[in-house]
Write a protein that binds this ligand. Structure first.
Ligand code: 13P
Ligand code: SF4
Length: 329
């Protein structure tokens, strides 16, 4: 039997749900029971009744499922950490707050919002301070809700997402350390970013528009604001998929997000908006062999797994509050 068939057989024999983000390799993605963007996966994985969740994605995604359903055993075939999520930890979060305090913005004036691409510990810190989590598909609503508190938003870790949503809400944003006065801003962003989404440039957009004058440009909001300003459509992975799949077949579109997802979207007239392959290295770490090994450990009745996600109780308590506030919105 080949690896693919072995995995299908193992899935039938154990009480497991196999979950995969859109950026996973095709051969992993096509075997999953649940696929989606980070918000959909957090919700759907939480709702399954399986004892085991095998999550093919990046570390913060598995952690979010564990936080919302601590009774489930959450395993990741590869515990690969999103590079952007690694740009902030609780110490850096606190140091940034101290910097803002020194620049005349007190912690009481700030409501923290963390993009879901952050560790459970950072989410917990945000939850403790009265803040909440957002994803790229609900950031608009979450920021709007946050502003009703009358406070400034302290947005971590993705500066691009913070700046892009500030623009769409007609708000003033700043990035800590860019030399501007945070007292003047409605949204103060931490200086994190996604290196994959930084690959798309204004030259790439100009190249495609010169070559195909009626082409549409669709990008993820983790792209630089310059790129989002020039695009015809900006959306989360699910929103991009919906937008592109609903286009007439002859409509050309160039897409600025991760390679695996764009590559499987449509047979024709879909282009990758970069001459450098925009592959997320951590999402691509999970192989069929890793998925097989993980399922086999469950089947063999192991008590201790190679790649189980654990989150400490106090972090679960507060990270859950921050995630729950998002689900309520
Ligand atoms: P989505 O929330 O759109 O799934 O994005 C997650 C991500 O990591 C994009 O780089
Ligand atoms: Fe993280 Fe960027 Fe990969 Fe998304 S594409 S998981 S933000 S490194």
């Amino acid at each position: 039997m080949n690896l693919k068939d072995e995995i299908i057989k193992l899935k039938e024999e154990i009480d497991v749900t196999l979950v995969a983000h859109f950026y996973q390799r095709d051969e992993v993605f096509e075997l999953a029971d649940i696929t989606g963007d980070s918000l959909e996966l957090a919700k759907k994985a939480m709702e399954t009744s399986s004892k085991y969740i095998v999550f093919c994605g990046v570390g913060f995604m598995g952690e979010s499922v564990k936080v919302m359903s601590p009774q489930k055993r959450v395993l990741m075939p590869k515990i690969a950490c999103c590079a952007m999520a690694r740009m902030i930890d609780v110490d850096y979060f606190d140091e940034s707050l101290a910097k803002l305090n020194a620049m005349g913005v007190s912690s009481e004036e700030l409501l923290p919002i963390t993009y879901i691409n952050s560790s459970a510990a950072v989410k917990a810190r945000v939850g403790e301070m009265g803040g909440m989590v957002c994803t790229s598909s609900n950031a608009y609503k979450i920021i709007e809700k946050g502003l009703k508190s009358g406070k400034k938003i302290f947005f971590v870790p993705d500066r691009c997402l913070g700046q892009n949503f500030a623009k769409s809400l007609n708000l003033k944003s700043t990035v800590i350390g860019d030399g501007t006065d945070p007292k003047e801003a409605d949204i103060i962003c931490y200086d994190g970013f996604c290196s994959v989404h930084q690959l798309f440039s204004t030259d790439d957009i100009e190249f495609y528009r010169n070559k195909y004058p009626d082409i549409l440009i669709a990008v993820h909001p983790e792209c630089d604001p310059k790129i989002c300003d020039m695009a015809d459509f900006v959306g989360s992975t699910s929103q991009l998929i919906k937008f592109i799949k609903e286009l007439p077949v002859e409509q050309k579109v160039a897409v600025g997000t991760e390679y695996n997802m764009v590559n499987r979207l449509r047979e024709k007239n879909t282009y990758i908006l970069s001459s450098t392959k925009p592959e997320c290295p951590t999402m691509n770490e999970t192989t069929l062999q890793d998925v097989y090994n993980c399922l086999k450990e469950i089947k063999d009745g192991k008590e201790v797994f190679s790649n189980e996600i654990f989150v400490n109780d106090n972090v679960i308590k507060w990270a859950k509050v921050a995630l729950q506030r998002m689900f309520e919105v």
